[in-house]
Design a protein. Sequence first.
Length: 132
Amino acid sequence: MMGPTLQPPTVGGGRARSVAVGDADAGTGDGHLRNRVLPVVLDGATHQATASGHPLSLTPKEFDLLRALLEARGRVLSREFLLDRVWGYARAGEIESRTVDVHVRRLRAKLGPEGERILTVKNVGYRLDPDA
């Protein structure tokens, strides 16, 4: 059985495919892939997200933060890594790391009960718990 994989955005036949983290066999046949950690579909072409079939109103930073957590597949991501990856800051000193904390809090709230899977690793960062 294959583990979770990142499906890069592709454009074929004029239709963009989604960017989501999921198992290769989790395709829906319509170009969207679902991940097996959360019931979330991320569409990289339109920057839209759905959870359990319901649209999520995510800011661009929340979308990128969720994508980073899903791609990490349970690994801890430091605040510095997230600042670089999501905000594009190579040095954490360029922006207050509490920015990450605030965005994680907002993302948790928007995900509802599934947001509890975003765990805080004290003095390190965050990880998405696939087993919660």
